[in-house]
Design a protein around this ligand. Structure first.
Ligand code: BES
Ligand code: ZN
Ligand code: MN
Length: 493
């Protein structure tokens, strides 16, 4: 799929589909007015009859029967101009993608109203990212797969090709490709994606984008003293892996991105209930976001060093599985009493995060589908942030805002510590329901040592039952790829 910029009148662009964005309650002006005139006022008449009002996400379409170069025009409502912001711009891109998918278009052009509250580069980036993410469908196992007719996307009204907006197109293409890759991994079921396979995917990403990849197998993990990841993965026929990726963008400082990669979470001996358990194939999306972000950072040549660490394991019950009450020692020597084998994410992350700290990195930012409680707190609308360091927390919040991904910070109070005290070990992994998302983050923070640490609980946002970017399709979102990229970019300056 190729995205390019053209500076010609929308009525003259030879495409199957032209999408025009229209604000609610605003008359058509400039190039849209011109287009409408060439169509004998078809759009303005529809607006006059209130057939199309420009309300947010509203759509109206017409064939152009050779009056203008585009064969079909679809107007999409952008809502009130004063409510329009960057997240809406990305969602508007998603709408364009959905329309193109529905109409099976081979090519499309997009034109938005003038004087949007962002730079041409920002418009190009958010539109491109939203469009490519909105268009994507998972069809790997479909017998009618490979039907991706959309080959050419033209952005109009953002200046000249090679101008100010061009780097935005490139950024949007790079992040969208990474997000869609993460989503594909998320969709793959546990029999097609287990730790060895995801580790292989990481190796392939390293080769494709130019970063180094080390895979620790079960023997190496034993040698390293990583009992935590070995314990969680011990019940499965598919052994666990810890993958360490290094992107050397330069400079003296290193950001560690860490991800939870449970390729299936049955709960282990503390078995989950059957209803909806199939969704737990998504429990590797933190790791997915880290893998995807590394490729994107390398493509964007962000001038910072990033080490990506993902802890891959399958959490299933068997005779070799970890038992409730078992005590294991993590990489940094701290012991964990596993009171609930279904609180496995924090256990594997104990090894991964303490390994990041051991590497002497400057910041650790970790993403995981960690707690059902995070879905209770913020639903599917925002990611929960638990951070030990205020300046890192504010950078993460800024990066998320710039990425159009919602993140909301929860507090750490020392009083919560008693909830995960253990009589047998340094701490227990399952404190119970009270402040469940916070205690989960605090437990992992115990393994970050003195390194500034931020935990992103993406349980509600990595997979959503309804995605505005994709119509109502449920599934993985690729969340945190864009936030990671923006954060690395900010830290590199
Ligand atoms: N992967 C789950 C969390 C999860 C739940 C993600 C729902 C997405 C949707 C995690 O491993 C888990 O099972 N957490 C437990 C922790 C509890 C036992 C302390 C939970 O949230 O119930
Ligand atoms: Zn889990
Ligand atoms: Mn679990």
């Amino acid at each position: 799929m190729h995205v390019h910029i053209q500076n010609i009148s929308p009525g003259d662009v030879a495409v199957e589909l032209l999408v025009v964005g229209v604000f609610e309650g605003e008359p058509l002006t400039g190039s849209l007015k011109n287009l409408d005139t060439r169509l004998s006022g078809a759009l303005s008449n529809a607006m006059g009859r209130k057939e199309f009002t420009g309300k947010w996400r509203e759509q109206w379409g017409t064939a152009t029967i050779d009056r203008v170069a585009p064969q079909r025009i679809v107007a999409v409502g952008l809502g009130q101009r004063n409510l329009f912001d960057r997240p809406r711009l990305r969602l508007a891109g998603g709408l364009c993608g959905q329309v193109a998918r529905r109409l099976r278009s081979h090519n499309l052009a997009v034109i938005l109203p003038d004087e949007l509250p962002c730079s041409p580069a920002d418009i190009a980036e958010l539109l491109t990212d939203g469009l490519l993410v909105g268009y994507w469908r998972f069809d790997k196992y479909s017998s009618v797969a490979g039907e991706h007719p959309l080959a050419e996307i033209t952005l109009l009204g953002v200046g000249e090709p090679g101008g100010e907006a061009a780097p935005g197109v490139q950024r949007g293409e790079i992040t969208a490709r990474a997000e869609n890759l993460v989503r594909e991994w998320g969709m793959r079921p546990a029999n097609k994606l287990y730790p060895e396979i995801l580790a292989q995917e990481a190796v392939r990403q390293g080769q494709a984008h130019g970063f180094s990849v080390d895979v620790f197998d079960e023997n190496k993990l034993r040698e390293m003293g990583m009992e935590a990841i070995l314990g969680v993965g011990g019940g499965s026929a598919h052994p666990p892996r810890l993958v360490v990726m290094r992107y050397q963008g330069g400079g003296s400082r290193t950001l560690a991105l860490v991800g939870k990669g449970i390729t299936f979470d049955a709960g282990g001996i503390s078995l989950k209930l059957p209803a909806g358990m199939e969704e737990m194939k998504f429990d590797m999306l933190g790791a997915g976001a880290v893998l995807g972000a590394l490729g994107a950072l390398a493509d964007l040549k962000v001038p910072i060093n990033v080490v990506g660490i993902v802890a891959l394991a399958q959490n299933v019950p068997s005779g070799s599985a970890i038992l409730p009450g078992d005590v294991i020692k993590a990489f940094n020597g701290k012991t964990i009493e596993v009171t609930n084998t279904d609180a496995e994410g924090r256990v594997v992350l104990a090894d991964a995060v303490s390994y990041a700290a051991h590497l002497g990195v400057d910041w650790i930012v970790e993403a995981s589908t960690l707690t059902g409680a995070a879905v209770v707190v913020l639903g599917h609308e925002a990611t929960c942030l638990v951070a030990t360091n205020d300046s890192l927390a504010s950078l993460v919040l800024q990066a998320a805002e710039s990425a159009c991904e919602r993140v909301w910070r929860l507090p750490i109070y020392p009083e919560y510590k008693r909830l995960y005290r253990s009589n047998t070990a340094d701490l227990k992994n399952s404190p119970g329901r009270e402040a469940g998302t916070i205690t989960a983050g605090m437990i992992i923070a115990e393994f970050a040592g003195s390194v500034p640490y931020a935990h992103l609980d993406i349980a509600g946002t990595a997979w959503t039952p309804k995605s505005p970017l994709n119509g109502t399709k449920s599934g993985p979102t690729g969340v945190m790829v864009r936030t990671f990229v923006k954060l690395a970019d900010m830290l590199s300056r």
